[in-house]
Design a protein around this ligand. Structure first.
Ligand SMILES: [Mn+2]
Length: 348
């Protein structure tokens, strides 16, 4: 038996690099929905009827945009219609409160439990734990799981495992939410799938980070994104990426572009001193020539400017007045306000 493993879809009408389709829908949102659709098609074409989702279906946990919800619900409905069962957990982006997760609004996503627990599907025991802010609770749960040794067990988590590569989400990760590989009950499970980190990687022979389904911003530019297929009989995991979904690419202005990447979002880096007008013209021409979705300039000086801080000794009001008086006495030009202060201070 095979199953799909996917995570961190972050489906949202992002403002960055947004374009509108002919109906006025945000194409960043449509890309996310299309990625979901392509995973479903893959499952259908390969007669796969089970999918594991490791969290972060949506982007904003406290304000789920209506169009994101509607498009995702419609797509998830189709998974159900063709007989694909999704078992998922809530990531930090899906968890509105301890008891409410926006992922539940998507419909047809089987949850081990809202919170944590397990369900039985396709002859497998699938355990899962929604994202929790600290690693302490997670570790308590994981320790309890270590003791049971039934066969056909899968564990879904949304967490950072120490030492895993981190993409653009690394800024958001707090030290107290870190798990170590030894905290994971690797002996008690056939497979452990961990969402949250966007770079796909294999942390141990049966511990997989599927990574994000697609790139989400320029910080993801170098990362290969996609989904996985786990084969329970062969004991293998295969990672598949979706070339159809626009990617992000950062390119020095004098570099020859790779046509495959140019259909996507491109940030062109210009050197310090490059004329702004020339750079914007360059980007427009680039977009036309390569059929890129969006092309934005970045100026090296923008990123490299280090704010210069001049150490200023603080002076008392009297020191300032004395300074003005001294300056006045030397016959140097003093501003009008200075003259007023000097006049008051010297009773002139
Ligand atoms: Mn996350």
């Amino acid at each position: 038996m095979k199953a799909i493993v996917f995570s961190d879809t972050h489906i949202h009408p992002f403002a960055q690099c947004a374009t509108l389709d002919e109906n006025g829908y945000n194409e960043r949102l449509l890309d996310g929905v299309e990625a979901l659709m392509l995973v479903r098609k893959y499952a259908e074409d390969n007669s796969i009827r089970l999918a594991f989702f490791c969290g972060d279906l949506f982007q904003h946990r406290d304000s789920l945009p209506t169009e994101a919800l509607v498009f995702v619900q419609r797509e998830i409905m189709k998974w159900a219609e063709v007989g694909i069962t999704i078992v998922g957990i809530a990531g930090n982006h899906d968890r509105l409160s301890r008891d409410v997760a926006t992922i539940d609004a998507a419909g047809n996503v089987g949850r081990p439990l809202p919170g944590y627990g397990y369900c039985e599907v396709g002859g497998l025991l699938v355990y899962g734990l929604d994202w929790v802010p600290g690693a302490k609770e997670l570790k308590t749960y994981l320790r309890a799981l270590e003791k049971c040794k039934d066969s056909g067990r899968v564990l879904l988590l949304h967490a950072t495992v120490h030492g895993s590569l981190q993409g653009s989400e690394r800024k958001l990760i707090r030290a107290k939410s870190l798990l170590k590989l030894k905290d994971l009950p690797t002996d008690a499970f056939d497979w452990i799938f961990v969402g949250h980190i966007h770079h796909h990687q294999k942390l141990a022979k049966n511990v997989i980070v599927p990574g994000a389904l697609m790139q989400h911003n320029f910080g993801d530019a170098t990362g290969v994104r996609g989904f996985g297929v786990v084969d329970f009989d062969a004991g293998t995991y295969e990672h598949i990426h979706l070339p159809e979904i626009p990617r992000f690419h950062v390119l020095p202005y004098d570099e020859t572009p790779d046509e495959y990447l140019m259909k996507s979002h491109v940030r062109i880096v210009f050197p310090t001193g490059y004329k702004r007008k020339g750079a914007y013209d360059f980007c427009l021409k680039f977009k036309d020539e390569h059929g890129s979705r969006t092309v934005v300039p970045e100026f090296e000086s923008d990123a490299n400017v280090v704010p210069q801080v001049t150490e200023v000794e603080t002076a008392s009001f009297q020191d300032t007045v004395d300074d003005y008086v001294a300056t006045e006495k030397k016959g140097k030009r003093v501003a009008r306000i200075g003259k007023k202060i000097v006049a008051e201070a010297t009773d002139a």
